[in-house]
Design a protein around this ligand. Sequence first.
Ligand SMILES: Cc1cc2nc3c(=O)[nH]c(=O)nc-3n(C[C@H](O)[C@H](O)[C@H](O)COP(=O)(O)O)c2cc1C
Ligand code: SF4
Length: 518
Amino acid sequence: MSVKIYIPGDSGALAVGADKVAIRMAEAIAARDLDVEIVRNGSRGLYWLEPMIEVETARGRVAYGPVRPSDVDGLLSSGLLEGSDHPLCLGTTADIPYLKRQTRLTFARCGITDPLSLDDYRSHGGLAGLINAVAMTPAAIVQEVTDSGLRGRGGAGFPTGIKWKTVLETGATQKYIVCNADEGDSGTFADRMIMEGDPFVLIEGMAIAGIAVGASKGYVYTRSEYPHAIRMMTRAIEIARKNNILGPSVLGSGHSFDMEVREGAGAYVCGEETALLESLEGRRGVVRAKPPLPAHKGFLGRPTVVNNVISLASVPIIMDKGADHYRDFGMGRSRGTIPVQIAGNVKHGGLFEAAFGMTLGDLVDDIGGGTASGRPVKAVQVGGPLGAYFPREMFDTPFDYEAFTAKGGLIGHAGIVVFDDTADMLKQARFAFEFCAIESCGKCTPCRIGSTRGVEVIDRIAAGIEPEKQKDLVADLCNTMKFGSLCALGGFTPYPVMSALTHFPDDFKPRQLAEAAE
Ligand SMILES: Cc1cc2nc3c(=O)[nH]c(=O)nc-3n(C[C@H](O)[C@H](O)[C@H](O)COP(=O)(O)O)c2cc1C
Ligand code: SF4
């Protein structure tokens, strides 16, 4: 039997040379006439070790990384195929502490299987949730998802089961499932990892959602910056269609469900669900006023479930193992697991899936290993560009929706971006306003005008023009944006601005204007 070597085909691994390693490996194997099969798996999410290759041995998979093409011959000569020791050897993959400490429910297969092998998917527990779902009534599926406590992982944390129930109870004959794969938050890559590393789990989740609410068509809306994910999803959909997982009778159940991938042109606001629907319908991504909710009047005016990739990809495990199993993980009203994406100036950047409840400090210092620069951590921005900056004094905050809200922050899509003590928080506050000004859809005044005024006011603070008065003006402006904006782009920009101003007052001292705008 041939030995299997796994070399990730994930974008994060490709960016640091995984394709070159795979080519070199194939050449070296051919030259040595070895019986080896190279599998292009997804990433395990330990990005500082990519390209991380693994070899299947009698004692499990053994990992090596980061591997460069020039390492390949040496690895083979020192017994790679037997999982022998080598300076790049990381030991058995399952025992790497970063992985061993995780609870992988949604990402259970990511990095383990061949992403486009349906056999691999099935033999690692895939399709068990869909098989259960087709034997249930739509109302029972919705109840199971509700009982699991799953909340939307796209940002707002809205209970998924309640959203599905609203769509199920509408009388329309045509309904839609729209998967929000726009993933615009800074430091986030969980959606991409799933689409590239385990696309069938998203297809399975969407098919279950379709059957649950009576929708026969689904769309995955993703960004043009994700060409690899688009290719993988498109190929996986074709395979699923050929194998009756999608089509007029899903797994022979009589339920019809099919789906396709749609590519956005690239605008942060197109991740907002109503702007996304506008874009999906072929128009400019402008936010729609709510009501009506997309659940009542969504894509093409029909009832539509809009859910994030991770929300939908978490459904198969719930339908497989049951609501109680999923609900058992977590704390308070934050149930199940959350794939935290650790990024920025951090030593061990990657994806860490764990039950809700870990503290921010655990994630940054212990799991993330502190800064990559080796300097002290100054701040962590949690929840994307609209999330608050947390100083070290708040690192005891547990990863829990309510706990973050209580501290003036948000979990968002669970991306955390680490900054060391060289970060200038006035510049970060200015950047938040500037980002909002650039990305604003322009529909409402507090966001469209307020963000530009915000940049000007921060510049006046930097220039030392009546700084105390300007700080009051920032607070006033933020208040107007928070309560007067139509959507969270304008409404949440005050979080990074005010948290920077509140927690890092020393940074808001006068300096050269050019320096603030740098
Ligand atoms: C400006 C803005 C950008 C957003 N970007 C995304 C995104 O990239 N992905 C996402 O899933 N949700 C995003 N959201 C949240 C969506 O509007 C919506 O709440 C989400 O897709 C619902 O799915 P969920 O309930 O599964 O989280 C964004 C919201 C705003 C206001
Ligand atoms: S807050 Fe900004 S992005 Fe949202 S609707 Fe208003 S102008 Fe558009």
